[in-house]
Design a protein. Sequence first.
Length: 274
Amino acid sequence: MKMPHATYHIPQGLAGVELLSCPHAEVDFPPHVHDALTIWLNDSGGEYFRFKGNTSVLGLDSFGVVNAGEVHANSGVEETPRNLRTIYVDMEWAESFMGEPVRIIADGLYDDPELHDKLAFMHAALWSARDPLESQSLFTQVFGLMGSRHGEGRASVGHEGMFSESERFRRVRERLRDEYAGEHTLLSLADEADCTPQHLMRLFRKHAGISPHAYLVCLRVAQAKRMLRLGCTIADTAAACGFADQSHCTRWFRKLAGTTPAAYRASVRPALLA
């Protein structure tokens, strides 16, 4: 029997989430259970999903969900290897992390190409993320969307707390501006705003149009540009602006400025020295 080449990863800042990557899977998985909510995708080939006496086929634009403790089996439709990607979520942890009731997502296959793509992006991004705020923001956004679309039960509307909505946003925005080089978590920012992490994400989307992490990265890149114009090295700039290292700085700088820190520094320094 062939063994799957499976690798696992726990993302930064998400102790209750585990990722699985199983490329070129050619094995059948006999009836089994997991101890967490299981969300899985298959990017290549077809896969049979057997659950409670029924057999379905997981399509390339769909995703599957199995709750903890539910027996199921998976196997390939044909000999073509599958490319399996799975997200395991401890639901007790998720409710504690979100700070509000989490909607139950029923077992089965979901034909939702847009959400499939967001889950696939989240899986890849969480695997490489080096900032807990990045991981927590992305998970809260995508997992919350999944619950709102396909969950059962009443969603929480949050609590009033001691601050108005605009004051909550202002407090978090000012903290990020003052401490752009610091390490932040979604939980610590939510505490600053006296709301739940999920409510904070909705708040930032409404007032800024982006997540708290995306806002923080914009601040860091803006400061990096200022330091590079002064002639600072890329390594010193990355460290001073809160990036994990030079490559982390380069990745976000290229994404937001359209060029690398080295190219930017080379292009602006001659003009400033003239």
